[in-house]
Every structure is written in structure tokens, then in C-alpha cells.
Design a protein around this ligand. Structure first.
Ligand SMILES: [Zn+2]
Length: 456
């Protein structure tokens, strides 16, 4: 067979759902049209020799704060999507930061910006849910914006009544509600005990105890059980909360959850050394909790990994030196998420390639209803791919980062395993440390109605 295709990737170790196989694939019109051993690959206009490296479906990051019309100095589709491409992320779901995205107008504004500026594909999460906008949920779902954020705590606290109504809406119309779960009452009470100790960054973590997450997650699970709506717990951080999710899944409640690279990488005893950069919500936890997160990720009780990329200008961090309460909560992550999974996961035996494929690509694609168009190497799938060198050792420095913020919490760290090339629909967007394309080609992806993730 010598069928001509647009692109061939050969001499690869393809990470398929069935395992790793040696060979290559062919791409025409941006889609994978064949998978074969090297000797059976057709001729192509362009050939990439993967040099025996791993080729996996590009990462899908379901939670990244890329663009907020009120805070364009934090990140935008230009810088954020470049950081994504350099991190092996081929589709991200933009998450509201401070501006509400609860109307077709606000969705369309983001979509237009993204299609002008993004070098990778993207979709849009809505938020934040409050009593005035519950009625918009079915409309948003119909428009392909089927993941809607809510908070149990400030600054966007919704009470249980509102959360019951929101979960009832997704139960009826599809989609899911993403809930930042920390109990506000507990946060308020614990914060009082830290008067005079705010100069120590770790006080941020200690003033937001595990109990706040445990209570909010437990309560949200009861609401999901009652309403039969798909609950997605955002950025889970503690052993106790994971155990609640585990029990809920085993009893058939439609709940999924996610974990962030910073919670897998760091623990709270490092906060005083790391300084205000290490402030985020929920905060860093104990080593014990960190171990529980890796274990649940491996065993299948944490469904997906997300970056929760939320950087800021450095001044918003340094202002917290002396009083951690003044610092911005959030860190970079979209360019380093795959590196953390490789360096701390695969290379330390905490994660298998099979689970890496599931948690970073396949499951987020299923959650967002994009699978099998995205999230797998299969015939007919978009050729969204990342070529990985699992042995490559690199020191992370801010000058290799594409984020607008100009700093990284991973500064100076040595990591083993890195994305070396990223393709979106068959076009190389990142290679040799550089963005390869101009103009951008990112397309808005409508979330589909599949939502298979919670069903098994
Ligand atoms: Zn977030």
C-alpha cells in the first residue's frame, strides 16, 4: 500500500488505549487516517521521525484560567495558549477567573478572542453560578458550554439551595457543575486564630484546614445523590475528601474529580521557603495528603489532571511578603503539568503510561464530551499529539516559560521527562523550544453531550 497522506509520524512508541506499540501514523486533513508499523506507512508530503520517543494524544486541560476581560494582565489567549502548546496541551477549557461567564454574549466574546489568538484548540467553562443566573444553565449547555463553575465559599459563594437547583438543571439537561469545595464557615473561624502570624506563608494553608474541604465535598456529594446531577469536584487536595469521592463513586453517585500538578508536586511545609508564589486555593497540604492524591490518581478515584493555571503579575505575589493574606492566590501550571506527571509520576513509579493517557487526555475528553474526536490516537480522531522524551532532564527556568507572568513556581527545579513537540490537527505548533506557527489556528470546541465519564 502506498497511499499518499499529508503527514506521517514514524519510528514512534504510540501510546494507545491498548498499550504502547512501535510504529507510526498517517494524517490527512488534520485527522489520523491510519496507524501502522513503520514498514507499512504510506508516503507523505511531510514525515516526522519520532526517534523512538513516546507519542501520545495531546493533553486536555479542563481547568485553566487563560483569559479574563477584566484581568488581561494576568494571562491571555496569546501567552496562555503558547504555554499550553509548549506543555503538550492541545485543548484547554478556559475557566472564569473574576468575570462571570453566564451569558451567550460573554461566551461569544471569549470565543472570538480565542479563535483570533489561540495556537491550540480550546473550549469554555461557564461560571459563576448564583441565584440570578440559574435559568441560563440550559441555554449555555445547548450552546456547547456544558461545564459550569460554582463555589461553596467566597468570593462566589452559592448556598446549598442554589447548588441544589444547579445540579438539578444539569441532571435534566446534561453537562456538569464544577464546584470549588471549601466550607466558608470553617474558613472564617480558623482564620481568626492566625492573627499575628500572617508573615509566615504557611499560615495561609493552616488557616484553610482539611476539614473545610472534607465538609464541603461531603455535602456536595449528598446534593449530587439527591439531584442525580453530575458533580465535578474541582482541584481535590486531601485524603479525607478523596475517600468521600471514592465511597460516592462506589455507591453509584455521579461524581468526578480532578487534581492539580502543584498539589502533586509540593507540600505545605515548603511554603515558607517558596514564599507567596506558593499561595493558591485550596492550599498546599501535608505530605500524607500528597501521597493519597497520587494513590487515588493511580487507582482511578481521581479522574483527571488539570493545571488550574492562574498566574498573576509578580507584584501581586511579592506584596504578600510580610503578610500572606495580601498575595494573589494562584500559580502557573499549563506548561508544566505534563512535566510533573512525567517527572514525579512516571519516572518515580507513581503513575503508569496507561493512567497517564487516561487522566491527562482520554478522561478529560470524555468529561467535556470531546471524545473520541480528541483524547485518543484512533482512526478519525484529530491529530492532536505530543511527542515526549521521558528521559530528558531539564532545569525549569522562567525564561523558557511562555506565560505572561514571567515567573514560575517550578523555578530552578530539575525535572525528568519533557514534551519535545506538539501538534494540533496535524500542524506542528511547538518544537525545539519555540512556537512554530503564525497566525494561530486554535478552534473553539463545543462540548458534546456524551459525558460518559461519570457513567462507569
Ligand atoms: Zn481555578
Amino acid at each position: 500500500m502506498s497511499r499518499q497522506v499529508d503527514l506521517v509520524i514514524m519510528n514512534a512508541r504510540l501510546l494507545l488505549e491498548s498499550g504502547i506499540v512501535h510504529g507510526g501514523l498517517g494524517v490527512t486533513d488534520g485527522k489520523i487516517v491510519l496507524i501502522a508499523t513503520d514498514e507499512h506507512l504510506p508516503r507523505a508530503d511531510k514525515t516526522i521521525d519520532a526517534g523512538g520517543k513516546i507519542v501520545m494524544p495531546g493533553l486536555i486541560d479542563a481547568h485553566a484560567h487563560i483569559y479574563d476581560p477584566e484581568m488581561p494582565q494576568h494571562e491571555d489567549f496569546v501567552s496562555g495558549s503558547r504555554a499550553a502548546a509548549a506543555g503538550g496541551v492541545t485543548t484547554f477549557a478556559d475557566m472564569p477567573l473574576v468575570s462571570h461567564v453566564m451569558s451567550t454574549q460573554s461566551v461569544n466574546e471569549k470565543r472570538t478572542r480565542g479563535e483570533k489568538d489561540s495556537v491550540v484548540d480550546f473550549t469554555i467553562n461557564a461560571g459563576m453560578i448564583d441565584p440570578s443566573n440559574i435559568h441560563v444553565i440550559p441555554l449555555l449547555i445547548q450552546e456547547g458550554v456544558a461545564a459550569i463553575k460554582a463555589f461553596t465559599c467566597r468570593p462566589f459563594e452559592a448556598n446549598n439551595g442554589v447548588l441544589v437547583l444547579a445540579l438539578s438543571e444539569v441532571s435534566e439537561h446534561g453537562g456538569h457543575v464544577i464546584v470549588h469545595s471549601e466550607d466558608q464557615g470553617v474558613l472564617d473561624e480558623f482564620a481568626k486564630d492566625f492573627e499575628g502570624e500572617w508573615d509566615a506563608p504557611v499560615s495561609h494553608a493552616l488557616s484553610r484546614p482539611e476539614l473545610a474541604e472534607y465538609l464541603a465535598v461531603s455535602q456536595m456529594i449528598r446534593i449530587a445523590d439527591q439531584t442525580k446531577g453530575h458533580l465535578h469536584i474541582a482541584h481535590i487536595t486531601t485524603k479525607k475528601a478523596v475517600s468521600e469521592v471514592e465511597k460516592a463513586k462506589l455507591s453509584g453517585i455521579l461524581v468526578t474529580t480532578e487534581v492539580c500538578p502543584h498539589h502533586l508536586m509540593f507540600h505545605r511545609d515548603e511554603m515558607n521557603r517558596l514564599g507567596p508564589k506558593s499561595k493558591m486555593n485550596p492550599p498546599l497540604r501535608s505530605k500524607h495528603d500528597r501521597a493519597a492524591l497520587w494513590s487515588a490518581l493511580l487507582r482511578g478515584y481521581i479522574d483527571i489532571t488539570v493545571s488550574d493555571h492562574a498566574p498573576c503579575p509578580i507584584e501581586k505575589k511579592t506584596v504578600g511578603e510580610g503578610d500572606i493574606r495580601k498575595a494573589w492566590s494562584g500559580v502557573d501550571g499549563i506548561q508544566t503539568i505534563l512535566r510533573v506527571l512525567l517527572s514525579e509520576g512516571i519516572n518515580k513509579g507513581r503513575l503508569t503510561y496507561h493512567r497517564l493517557l487516561e487522566v491527562a487526555s482520554k478522561n478529560p475528553a470524555r468529561l467535556l464530551g470531546l471524545y473520541p474526536k480528541k483524547g485518543c490516537i484512533g482512526i478519525g480522531a484529530d491529530a492532536d499529539l505530543v511527542i515526549i522524551d521521558p528521559k530528558r532532564e531539564e532545569k525549569i527556568t522562567s525564561d523558557m516559560m511562555f506565560s505572561k507572568c514571567g515567573w514560575t513556581i517550578y523555578e530552578g527545579m530539575r525535572m525528568k521527562g519533557a514534551p519535545v513537540q506538539t501538534l494540533v490537527r496535524g500542524v506542528s505548533v511547538f518544537e525545539a523550544g519555540e512556537i512554530q506557527i503564525n497566525p494561530p489556528l486554535g478552534k473553539f470546541q463545543k462540548m458534546g453531550g456524551g459525558f460518559l465519564l461519570g457513567e462507569n
